[in-house]
Design a protein around this ligand. Structure first.
Ligand code: SF4
Ligand code: SF4
Length: 339
């Protein structure tokens, strides 16, 4: 694992952030060949999310790659739940709505697993949870990658940065499902206002509500996508883990490790430690800040990027936002499996 880390700090102003990113990019040595097609993996934000990274940062990365004779494109993959990214066409509309247009970025905007989510590949893994891992075919279509991640909190992983961007971010919908399968909802009736939002967003019909009764959840039909939990306006739903919560952390790491085996020699990893909020860019809303802006980290390994990010914002910020999640398992397990 290369431990080389560059860091450029910034304040909360737009110009300070952009200058920090520009300075960071100047310091990064590119592991690409001239004319390579380089995929910039990022998250353009779920519909209604207010904290996703502004496209000006992606545009800066595009400019930098082009200046170095490369052919960049940006991409994300389709997701499990309803919202604005469930299939490729919807997701591209969401990207455009959030300013990630080809005109603005000066590069192609793609869906890594195809518009129908079926352009996927099975990668060898050989780990205890996954013998193979299914990812968007972009993993073998591009010559190289810039893993550009917004570092912030996450309701199942405690934090979301480079590991999660490579894991959930490259995973096919089926692989996302395999990782999430254990997170099912349980209702606290005292908090529920019977609004029906959980039923609206449930992609499988597992959540239902009749008349003025409380909603019910068919845990056999439930695929554990946690969308109802995320969207409940009263925080009346919590995750019941069918298995040890550590298993989700391990599955997340296994998926990232399998993808990383294929791309590790041709990837740059950049974490943006700005707008550091408690929840993921997958969730609508303007989420609570858990740390002030720190800056941008550039390195060549996702584990290094995320460990350095946590050092910068302090473990307490993560622990206070998500007190019961054993996120440290991600790092321990990564070492155990030689990630
Ligand atoms: S979204 Fe939340 S508050 Fe609304 S019905 Fe479902 S559990 Fe109750
Ligand atoms: S009930 Fe299950 S499938 Fe439906 S939204 Fe909730 S977690 Fe997803």
């Amino acid at each position: 694992m290369s431990t080389m880390v560059n860091f450029e700090k910034c304040s909360e102003s737009e110009s300070s952030r952009l200058n920090a990113l520009k300075s960071l990019l100047e310091k990064i040595k590119l592991p690409f060949k001239v004319a390579d097609n380089v995929g910039i993996k990022l998250h353009w934000g779920e519909i209604g999310n207010k904290n996703f990274l502004h496209p000006m940062y992606a545009r800066e990365i595009v400019k930098w790659l082009k200046k170095n004779g490369l052919h960049p494109f940006i991409f994300d993959t389709t997701v499990l739940y309803s919202g604005g990214r469930r299939n490729g066409n919807e997701s591209l509309k969401t990207a455009a709505k959030h300013g990630f247009t080809e005109d603005y970025l000066d590069c192609t905007v793609r869906i890594g697993d195809g518009l129908d989510g079926k352009n996927v590949i099975d990668l060898p893994a050989g780990f205890k949870h996954f013998d193979t891992v299914q990812a968007g075919n972009v993993v073998q279509e591009a010559d190289g990658f810039v893993i550009f991640s917004h570092f912030k909190g996450h309701m199942e992983a405690a934090f979301g940065g480079a590991i999660k961007n490579i894991s959930m971010g490259f995973a096919s919908r089926a692989q996302k499902q395999r990782m999430h399968a254990d997170a099912k909802p349980t209702l606290n009736e005292k908090s529920c206002i019977k609004c029906g939002e959980c039923v609206e967003v449930c992609p499988t019909g597992a959540a239902s509500i009749e008349g003025f009764n409380f909603p019910i959840y068919d845990l056999v039909r439930c695929i554990g996508c946690a969308q109802c939990i995320a969207m409940c306006p009263e925080a009346a739903l919590q995750i019941i883990w069918n298995t040890d919560i550590k298993i989700f952390q391990e599955k997340l790491v296994e998926t990232a490790a399998a993808v990383w085996k294929l791309i590790n020699k041709k990837s740059v990893v950049i974490n943006a430690l700005i707008d550091i909020v408690a929840e993921c860019d997958c969730l609508p809303g303007n989420h609570r800040k858990i740390s002030e802006d720190k800056g941008f980290i550039g390195t060549y390994h996702p584990i290094v990027a995320d460990e350095e990010s946590i050092k910068l914002i302090g473990e307490n910020s993560i622990n206070q936002a998500h007190p019961h999640i054993p996120w440290q398992r991600q790092f321990d397990y990564a070492r155990e499996i030689g990630f």
